[in-house]
Design a protein around this ligand. Structure first.
Ligand code: FES
Length: 150
């Protein structure tokens, strides 16, 4: 089937099978590799992107069902200047290998924009293997003190 997507402000037309996930459409068809395939079953958060400004798990989202603009981590810094949340992650050393970082950043941006009361609870769907959880919370708190709108 033919689908149209708005990805980071760019219109894209794709021919996909109905069962193709947004994650696979992004990574394998559009070469947008910021969203990572960790578990591919909705358990790790590595594939998190924004659809219509809300964080979603792209591995559980069928590309053909997407009607609103999609933002991936690549779309946070279109002019090369880091988004305040990305800057805060760097400042707070909130990453190690980096595999989960793009998903963490996308959820963190939503946490900042929504001014969530419980950052740890909000971020609980994004897993990591290293011990940088406190650094991520610190990064989100730092970003909250700056203009973190996308
Ligand atoms: Fe989507 Fe793990 S790859 S939640």
């Amino acid at each position: 089937m033919e689908i149209s997507l708005d990805i980071n402000g760019s219109p894209e037309r794709l021919s996909v099978e109905p069962g193709v996930t947004l994650l696979d459409a992004l990574r394998e068809r559009l070469d947008i590799t910021g969203p990572k395939k960790g578990c591919d079953r909705g358990q790790c958060g590595a594939c998190t992107v924004h659809v219509g400004g809300r964080p979603v798990l792209s591995c559980l989202t069928l590309a053909a069902t997407v009607r609103e603009p999609v933002t991936t981590v690549e779309g946070l810094a279109p002019d090369g200047e880091l988004h305040p949340v990305q800057r805060a992650f760097a400042d707070q050393d909130a990453m190690q290998c980096g595999f989960c970082t793009s998903g963490q950043v996308m959820s963190a941006v939503a946490a900042v924009e929504q001014d969530v009361p419980d950052v740890r609870e909000f971020m609980s769907g994004n897993l990591r293997r290293c011990a940088a959880y406190p650094n991520i919370v610190a990064a989100i708190e730092q970003a909250r003190s700056t203009d973190a709108s996308v």
